[in-house]
Design a protein around this ligand. Structure first.
Ligand SMILES: C[S@@+](CC[C@H](N)C(=O)[O-])C[C@H]1O[C@@H](n2cnc3c(N)ncnc32)[C@H](O)[C@@H]1O
Length: 189
């Protein structure tokens, strides 16, 4: 569903861009803004419902990876991969590392990064709230407090026992972390 929306948005943006560049010269230059706005809308939506793009700081990224203690047989997810710094690093140790992102520019950046780095990471376009995490051993979150409430209500019950959830900056209010490093919190399902 989200992937169809991505391709329709991309196709519409390219079509409007090409029409402007090579088509009818009488087209109002304002039309150039339409594809840009179209491309940015999902990212704004994601920022409002669960969290804007703020990459985890280097120190926090290290703390998250340390608390995750990823094993070679693990499957790791990043809920909103941003610029990919966390999930690309996780992919070096995990069997499978999967990142979801709703922002189109960030998703395209992730694809490009995968191409250049030849990482085995799986970059997926989609809404984090519509995915299945039942096979997760590790789940990374850096989301707004209201999204952590939703995470505990909707995602946490679906995780298998033993899954490690690592949250940057924001806690899951309902449960106690089993370990904390700076403002990074580790929970075990
Ligand atoms: C605070 S950033 C964290 C990025 C990365 N995980 C990190 O730690 O560096 C949150 C990211 O989640 C993405 N995001 C927010 N809501 C989302 C949703 N519903 N579906 C997919 N991605 C989402 C945002 O676009 C943003 O890139």
């Amino acid at each position: 569903m989200a992937e169809s929306a991505l391709f329709i948005t991309l196709a519409a943006s390219i079509a409007v861009g090409l029409t402007f560049l090579f088509g009818n010269p009488k087209i109002d230059p304002l039309w150039i803004f339409l594809p840009i706005v179209l491309l940015l809308i999902p990212g704004f939506y994601a920022a409002v419902i669960s969290g804007p793009f703020v990459p985890s700081a280097r120190k926090r990224t290290q703390a998250m990876l340390k608390l995750a203690d990823i094993k070679p047989e693990d499957t790791a997810y990043d809920l909103g991969f941003g610029d990919g710094r966390l999930i690309f690093a996780a992919a070096k140790n995990a069997k499978r590392a999967i990142g979801y992102e709703l922002s189109i520019p960030l998703y395209l950046f992730g694809l490009l990064r995968k191409l250049v780095s030849r990482s085995k990471v799986s970059i997926r376009y989609g809404n984090i709230w519509k995915q299945d995490y039942r096979d997760a051993d590790v789940v990374f979150c850096y989301l707004l407090p209201k999204a952590m409430v939703r995470f505990y209500k909707d995602v946490w019950p679906t995780l298998k026992p033993g899954t490690r959830v690592i949250s940057n900056a924001f806690t899951i209010h309902e449960i106690k972390p089993i370990e904390t490093d700076d403002k990074v919190y580790l929970y075990r399902r």
